[in-house]
Design a protein around this ligand. Structure first.
Ligand code: UD1
Length: 426
């Protein structure tokens, strides 16, 4: 087993380059399968979710080449085998295979997805969307079979809840449907715009991505193309929070500052200086921070994916902060671990009540999910004594490219070591 060992107390300083967006990558890769020719995606991050997708695609017969930071995907040799379990369960975003295969073959048989355990994560809106397009959906023994009797037909689909996954999945399925599909109350995340941009470059006709009404006029054929993925706003937000938490001075390169505005605004509110340039953001920490309330909501609100790292930062703000997760109300498994490090936090319903201003100390902690892991890394960097040992790195590896290298480059004392797991009495 590998663990991270962090000795905190050093302000992060310098420059860090942000990788391509994980949540775009896991949608762009299946989207590329819809093309009748090779698609090249540039700036793809080397993270586990991407690696699992590559293995999945190869298993399904696609030609995939993943070099340095670009990937060529040719889905022409793809076969319509059942993808019941195994790799499909290793990542949440394997659900995009439903929309991509349905769009390509009029049929998909894929196991239910896995991913971070954030409490219940239903997929009813995805199913509702596919059914509106004319598909019949059945779920037997954990395998979803989605089948259209003929060509999918465009439809008007109102999403009861704003869902990133359902919006993208419906877009994937509807791209080659007959006629016009209108998604109302669509999610507006930048990753949705990125997927629509790729599909349009492939020859699709999608308008309105980034607003809450997306119009997809079905086309007969899609072609190969080249596309550069957007920067990862969640990875960027994690480094912004870490810079603030260590009272450092960090410049993030390869970012779209507008995508980071919900985070920048919150950081400024607590007393951090955030300076935007064209494609960089500089974050300068301060000695004292103000307690604030944070509520997560769909983009352009404060992202649920940064709720956990933000909780760690708010332990440094004197007074009472409340952080409420309106998207995943049970996403608080990091709190017990932060308490081990000395934080005073109480969870009530969907909220964490943080009594900040005390010191954090190194402790042995476990990352229960991807962003819980990010929160523990931030907390480890904040400690003023002791060493933080983090296990559960398989979660962190799903979403952070070169985490140790990037942190060390910023001056952090972080090591990743293989340790022998202790068993029995201690
Ligand atoms: C995506 C992101 C994830 C992020 C989340 C919210 C990817 C791969 N993952 O997840 O990192 O935390 O958006 O920004 O992009 N819901 C339903 N029924 C559905 C679908 C969703 O009730 O059919 C609910 C969910 O339980 C949740 C809310 O809607 O409360 C939003 O979920 P959604 O936007 O779909 O999240 P994901 O796409 O799974």
């Amino acid at each position: 087993m590998e663990k991270l060992f962090i000795t905190g107390g050093t302000p992060l300083q310098g420059k860090v380059t942000i990788s391509g967006a994980k949540n775009s990558a896991v949608a762009l890769i299946p989207a590329a399968l819809l093309a009748d020719g090779p698609v090249v995606i540039d700036n793809l991050p080397h993270i586990q979710d991407v690696d699992i997708y590559v293995e999945l695609l190869k298993e399904m017969g696609a030609d995939v080449l993943f070099e340095e930071d670009w990937m060529e995907i040719d889905g022409r040799a793809l076969t319509l085998d059942v993808m019941p379990n195994g790799r499909v369960k290793k990542l949440r975003a394997s659900y995009y295979l439903w929309g991509a295969l349905l769009g390509k073959f009029g049929e998909a048989r894929v196991g239910l997805p896995g991913g971070c355990d954030l409490g219940p994560r239903p997929v009813d809106l995805h199913i509702k969307g596919f059914e509106a397009l004319g598909a019949v959906v059945t779920n037997q023994n954990g395998v979803m079979t989605i089948k259209a009797p003929g060509r999918l037909r465009g439809a008007r689909i109102y999403l009861d809840l704003v869902s990133v996954g359902a919006t993208i999945n419906i877009m994937l399925a509807a791209t080659k449907a007959e006629g016009l599909t209108i998604i109302e109350n669509a999610a507006r995340e930048p990753e949705i715009v990125d997927v629509a941009t790729l599909l349009n470059n492939m020859g699709a006709n999608i308008k309105g991505a980034g607003t809450d009404v997306i119009r997809i006029q079905g086309v007969d054929q899609l072609r190969g193309c080249r596309h550069t993925i957007i920067p990862d706003r969640i990875e960027a937000g994690t480094y912004m929070i870490a810079a603030a938490a260590t009272r450092g001075d960090v410049t993030l390169e390869n970012v779209i500052p507008k995508h980071l505005e919900p985070i920048s605004a919150k950081l400024r509110e607590i007393g951090v200086t955030v300076i935007n340039e064209d494609d960089t953001v500089r974050v300068i920490g301060a000695e004292n921070y103000r307690a604030v309330d944070v509520k997560t909501s769909p983009y352009p609100g404060f992202p649920t994916d940064l709720q956990q790292p933000m909780t760690a930062l708010l332990t440094a703000a004197k007074g009472s902060s409340i952080i409420t997760d309106n998207i995943y109300g049970a996403r608080f498994r990091h709190v017990d671990e932060l308490r081990r490090m000395g934080a005073t936090i109480k969870v009530e319903g969907r909220s964490a009540l943080i009594d900040g201003g005390g010191k954090l100390l190194g402790a042995r902690v476990v990352a229960s999910d991807l962003r819980a892991g990010a929160a523990l890394v931030v907390a480890g960097l904040m400690t003023e004594g002791g060493v933080t040992e983090i296990e559960g790195l398989e979660h962190i590896d799903r979403g952070y490219e070169n985490l140790v290298r990037k942190l060390r480059h910023l001056g952090a004392t972080v090591r990743r070591l293989e340790v022998v797991k202790r068993t029995g009495h201690q």
